[in-house]
Design a protein around this ligand. Sequence first.
Ligand code: ADP
Length: 246
Amino acid sequence: MRMIEVEDLSVKYLDIEALSGVTFAAEAGDYIGIVGPNGSGKTTLIKALLGLVPFTGKVFFNGKAFSEFTHNRHVGYLPQKMSFYDPRFPAVAREIVASGAYCCKKFPKRLFASDHSRAMEAMEMLGIAELAGRPIGKLSGGEQQRVLLARSLVHSPEVLILDEPTAALDPSSRETFYKTVRDLNREKGVTVLLVSHDAATIGEYAGKLLYLDGKVIFYGSFGEFCGSETMTRHFGAGQHIICHRH
Ligand code: ADP
């Protein structure tokens, strides 16, 4: 089943063409790694999929045209920078996770006991239930990022979009984080779109690769990417880092 279909998508910021003619499709349960040099349009693609920048072209989620799709309900999004530095920030981890449920409520938005139990379920699923009562500002960067992952999952999205989600984490927290996402993909069938500069991580966890440079340079399986001479010529040593497992 096609979960995301993008046809001829282009984005312009005034006179800068950030993306042109992007076409690709993700099947339900895919794990797609999005890579490309700085300024190649990775974040712009994510923003377009989330409806945060105007675009031309067509986007379908689960067979529905973009305009008919209730994004908040179906898509979980975890950006790169979202940290609580103030140790006195007045919320415990469980409240932050439960706040993810605001996405899908109508005015006046209120959280109920059911939202808090869903928050606990999401935290249990990610193995962080013991953090529930701790003030968010007193958790480590890795713990905060897993709390925010739980927040993006509290409404059981079918698609999870991650934009450089571990940039601020140490290597061991990063690994725990990616294993958690891998399990969500494998066991719950969540479709994952991951933007990362870390080619080794993409090679380790993603099943497909979308290589952007203002347009799609490559989209497909690692088998096709890693075997091809054109790709070796184009990406040089970078290809070997991505392809270390393939
Ligand atoms: P990446 O995520 O691959 O680093 P971006 O999607 O952030 O790339 O940027 C793609 C291009 O669009 C770059 O040339 C960047 O300078 C430009 N760009 C991104 N955001 C804006 C903006 N808000 N206004 C103008 N230009 C932008």
